[in-house]
Design a protein around this ligand. Sequence first.
Ligand code: MHO
Length: 260
Amino acid sequence: MSASPAPLLVFVLGALGNAAAGFVFDAPAALLPTPPPPPARPRTLLRAERTATFGMGCFWTPSEAMLEVEGVTEAVAGYTGNPMAESPPTYDAVCYSSSWVEAVRVTYDDGILAYPELLDRAFERHEARLGSRQYGAFVFPEDSAQARDAREWLDAGTVALAVRERDRFPLSATVIEPATSFYRAEGYHQNYWAKWRPRLAAYAGLLAVASGALGPGGIGAVSDPVLAHDVAGWANGIGIAGALGALLERKLDAKVVEMK
Ligand code: MHO
């Protein structure tokens, strides 16, 4: 049984058409001189780059959410809160002990955002769980000024934040502990959702193709069981390769380093 070449031909012609249209429409823009970069954000006299560390629950989402805060320029997912530690932990060690806190260390511009405001922004965004150290709500002041501000902020327990609207999380469950060594978590934990959003979208697409719901033989396509079978096979293969790649990434991108 041999597949009819018609659907493939349609596909190839379609792809070529697309590429040609892309060239026609995109090329002129690509040939134009690149516009000048946008003007830098106005700097205040107080501008100073500082770091601040918070326990925010599982660090995947909060490390991304903190980057949306105006004045925050960097967010690193890491482990801290274990003054007895002498060497970097692994993610497994963090999960199987009760000594470590998953934390986010942000770099922020003190001239745009003062520390007490940053505490508000962090509290709004954390995903802490009550009763867990690993996933607890923590503030780790890095100097005496941050320690004083954090204490005042927590004691004042502003009406707006005393209990968080979204999930009734009480501000009073926030723990202040002096900062100790902060270890940058494994690379595969950094920018987690930025990496996984497109991967999950690709998996969803592959699943649709592998199951036959989408593609030749599927909705709105030319019915051709042989081609449909081949395409589903390829989709399966790519999906399995992707899963193996993700496992390999966990092995290869696993360095945990202490940050100064
Ligand atoms: N999302 C998992 C934990 C991931 S995290 C990096 C959970 O909610 O259990 O600890």
